[in-house]
Design a protein around this ligand. Structure first.
Ligand code: ADP
Length: 342
């Protein structure tokens, strides 16, 4: 049941916007999150799979079947949208059974299946209610039950949590992930929320301007972004530009930082990525990459404080986090610094 994109390009009629040469695979039972800035092509990708836009080049195949020649209703796709897209005049149960009715399943069978799914999403007690009486989070669970009821070959989730309150979102995120795994559903999740992507997905595809920048596990993406644009989009960081001053040393203008430079020649331009959790507060006097300065803006986050630390001459403050802010100096362990070439 894998979903394969092979050199998929698409251009909106009369526009240069769309997708350019997208190739990746969502493995059977895998959840791949697609993230990227607004307008990067995330929804377009989903629309092509669902058949809502046509006329792309390249190949999209689901379970080995080319989607190009497959009518929308025969694609076997379950979809969940940001806007729930439920039928307000139908009961909860009839909403869940809707896809089965379209497939002309006998009434009794539909009812059993719909109730099974409502049990799974914890809404069996609401089966007979009007769907409009449910909260946003409950409605989204109905939408998920409806999508799963048809035993989809792929599940497409388009910003499924964006319309919900933060308090509901965390719980539903876990529930969607648990159900996706339980059903072994091959899933493509589009989200602008990188935290959602990192916590839910097996792998994450990062799009920008219709191109795939990187496809990796959440950990790889965070720890080894392939390029600056990925680092900027995934997780918080301080990004500097510099050049290799000597093996193991990078000149960032206001300081020379010790860090492994690998096989990069002296003089090569690099981007220097420092994650906040690698900034150490008030280090010992001789610590490597010790930088003196003063704390700037601080944001209290309960378990920790995230703060800026201003170093004289630096183009921007270092973003740091910890139980308390550094007062006069920070240090960055050499091996925690990532160098990116582009
Ligand atoms: P995302 O979901 O990442 O925000 P979209 O896939 O919606 O991005 O859009 C990708 C690009 O295509 C954007 O530049 C957007 O303006 C453009 N686009 C989207 N829909 C249309 C359309 N119907 N006609 C023309 N251009 C479109």
């Amino acid at each position: 049941m894998s979903l394969v994109f092979d050199h998929v390009s698409y251009r909106y009629p009369g526009s240069t916007q769309g997708l350019h040469g997208i190739s990746f695979e969502v493995g059977s039972g895998e959840l791949v999150a697609v993230i990227g800035p607004s307008g990067s092509g995330k929804s377009t990708l989903l629309k092509l799979v669902a058949g809502l836009e046509t006329g792309y080049s390249g190949r999209i195949a689901l379970a080995g079947q080319d989607m190009a020649g497959t009518p929308v209703h025969q694609r076997g796709i379950g979809m969940v949208f940001q806007s729930y897209a439920l039928f307000p005049h139908l009961s909860v149960q009839d909403n869940v059974a809707y896809g089965l009715a379209l497939r002309k399943q006998p009434v009794a069978q539909r009812r059993t299946r719909a109730r099974e799914l409502l049990e799974v999403v914890g809404l069996i007690d609401h089966a007979e209610r009007a769907v409009t009486q449910l909260s946003g989070g409950q409605q989204q669970r109905v939408a998920l039950a409806r999508a799963l009821a048809i035993d989809p070959r792929a599940l497409l989730l388009d910003e499924p949590l964006s319309a919900l309150d933060a308090s509901v979102r965390g719980h539903l995120r876990d529930q969607i992930r648990a159900l996706q795994q339980r059903f072994g559903a091959t899933t493509l999740l589009v989200t602008h929320d990188q935290e959602e992507a990192l916590t839910m997905a097996d792998r994450v595809a990062v799009l920008k301007e219709g191109r795939l920048l990187q496809m990796a596990t959440p950990r790889e993406l965070y720890e080894r972004p392939a390029q600056r644009a990925v680092a900027e989009f995934v997780g918080l960081s301080t990004l500097l530009t510099g050049k290799v001053a000597a093996p193991g040393r990078v000149d960032v203008g206001f300081a020379q930082l010790a860090t492994p430079t690998g096989s990069r020649p002296v003089g090569q331009a690099v981007h220097v990525l420092v994650r906040p959790e690698h900034v150490q507060a008030d280090p010992a006097p001789g610590a490597p990459n010790r930088l003196e300065g003063r704390p700037g803006a601080a944001r209290y986050l309960g378990a920790m404080t995230r703060y800026d630390f201003e170093v004289a001459g630096a183009p921007r403050p270092f973003l740091a986090e910890g139980r308390r802010s550094a007062t006069t100096a920070i240090a960055i362990a050499p091996e925690s610094i990532r160098l990116l070439d582009d």
